[in-house]
Design a protein around this ligand. Sequence first.
Ligand code: FAD
Length: 420
Amino acid sequence: MTVAEAVPEIEDLVRSWIEDNWDPNLTLGEWWQRLADSGFAHPMLPTNAGGKGWSQGQHMRAMRAIASADVVGPPPGLGYMLAAPTIAEHGTAEQIERYIPPILNGREAWCQLFSEPVAGSDLAGLQTRATADGDEWLISGQKVWTSQGNYADLGMLIARTDPDLPKHRGLSYFAMPMLQDGVDVRPLREMTGRTFFSEVFMDNARVGSHALIGQRGDGWRIANTTLAVERASIGGGSAGFAMAVPGSRADQFDRRVGDIVERSKKKKGGGYAPGVGSKLFERYRQLAQRLGRTADPVLRQEMIVLYSLLQVNRLNIHRGRERSQRTGGEGNIAKLMDSEINRQFRDVSLRIIGADGMLAARSSQTDPTIAEVVLNAQGPPIYGGTDQIQRNILGERVLGLPKEPGPEKNTPFSQLPRNV
Ligand SMILES: Cc1cc2nc3c(=O)[nH]c(=O)nc-3n(C[C@H](O)[C@H](O)[C@H](O)COP(=O)(O)OP(=O)(O)OC[C@H]3O[C@@H](n4cnc5c(N)ncnc54)[C@H](O)[C@@H]3O)c2cc1C
């Protein structure tokens, strides 16, 4: 049994810490700092990186305990979700010390600079170049789909450092400062009405050599850590606590935390993409009852499909947490389940409100979450690697099926056919 497994009652620990530390009159900056100092902000991180070395299951229990205590949760976003675990695993002691504390106290927000216009599924085919220039790297190229790029202080960047090596071997991973002349972030508006992602143009942007994470040429391996964490986090769902936007650009540190909690309670039920889980299922079941729709046999069947998907996903996540039962594909399966659950929520919700679905704009009278669920459902099958790519990974890496045909593995990137 590990020390982490021997933790007595996680919920009790968290609750008693909150009792001693929560004060609605604290500023957000003060509260996030307390949470970071306690190790409860991100308990799954190792102790040398500000965490408690807990398992994912223990981490989620702590997050649910925070959520149920009606306090502001740790700083959300891609720094917390992806950069911190990646740097904790691959960074030097100096890098851990430089990058992780400002993630945990919310002072710095991050984005993920992976996808490019011609490199999404074929991520290793990316073309952004990093060229050594004395003690720095010069970065030129374009990224796209950069979630929260317009709030980020830093970006997890993968760039090509050696075009004459095979494509997976010529990549390196950097922590790139976003607030500099060579970086131009252009926000894109989605059909949801929000501006969640941006395109990012880099023209001789500068990154110090100290910001190279891992070795030169090791970028693909490190990016795979980020991607694995991403899949598992997307499929694992969220605890659902009151949140605020981290980072120097959002600059929300002087807000009173009590106000953030109150505002989040008022917002519950509309205005933002709601968590697609059992709470939302129960809400739609009640809506179907209220609208007299529960006798419709097709709707009943679709709701049972949705309920079953939620249960199967829950069990798959449990299996992923038990080392002895893992197959290695749980993260990919959870990611696929998340896509399916989002689609099924979309279809069920439209079936409940029937013809009103044609008018289901933001002003939907029946339930304000429906328009959000319907419009948002197109994203999950794409982000974090599409459904098809998850199936390819399961086939090749878990089931051991032959790889897709393609150019010989050791072909230098510079000699591969280009899709330009
Ligand atoms: C809401 C949202 C947020 C995102 N946020 C980020 C972010 O913060 N940072 C970031 O770097 N990226 C982000 N992405 C990008 C995302 O990772 C890519 O969109 C995704 O990897 C697909 O790449 P692509 O869009 O280039 O599509 P393509 O790779 O061009 O794929 C097009 C279609 O072809 C299929 N296809 C491609 N190759 C194969 C194959 N070998 N076998 C079978 N089918 C295949 C795909 O499944 C897809 O249906 C985000 C995407 C979305 C929707």
